[in-house]
Design a protein around this ligand. Sequence first.
Ligand SMILES: [Fe+2]
Length: 248
Amino acid sequence: MEEVLELIEKKKQEFAKAELFEFMRDKSIDPRQRLAFAPCIAHFAMSFGELNQSIFREEPTNDPLQAMINNHTYEDDHHWLWFLADMETLGINNKSLKFSDALNFVWSEQLKASRLVTYQIFRYAFGASPITKLAILEVVEASGNVFLSATASIAEELRSITKKELIYFGCFHLDVETGHTTGTPDVEQSIKNIPLTIESRQEIFEIVENLFEIFTKQIAELLVYAKTHSFDQPFTQPREILQPLKAA
Ligand SMILES: [Fe+2]
């Protein structure tokens, strides 16, 4: 499994170079605008409860790897509540939006990659072996760590302005997600030592590559959104708004 973890680390470093993260670090842009894509990950964030409860978790189990995955699912299955809390804090709930328009937004063409990430994770994890699930979780944790590190520093900037704390996008979430499925170095080492057959190694490599590819498409989509939607008018038609904001 060591090679799989090495591949994930390599892919994580590449993922971290994406343009979205540059945009998120650009302090010449209003921090609220750098987080304007927040409502776009609704489908993804809200799916994690069921993903953990029904797909990753398998109870009861005698398999120590599955038991470890189960522990992780109990930690992660309620984070969508934090996402909802942040929608309130970010003022997204102040928008008057018809239910059908909200649904149309979540399932819009412009957010297709964000939904595909969810579907692909469900697809790969459904009925998968514990070792495959572990690899998927490691990818989710690795990409999540890069993403949440970027959102958390914006959340800190916002906190000093608004005195309000973001939970999902803030340090709170980042701190509970260690970046790995397991916490301790001992367990990490024992995971590295798990032998893989040539077939399962190839299968897992493919999953890792594909998931990073779709995660990369997702964040490219988020960047387009953040550049074409004002943070205080998130559900309007796309338009170029970044230049006036940068000049201000
Ligand atoms: Fe989480």
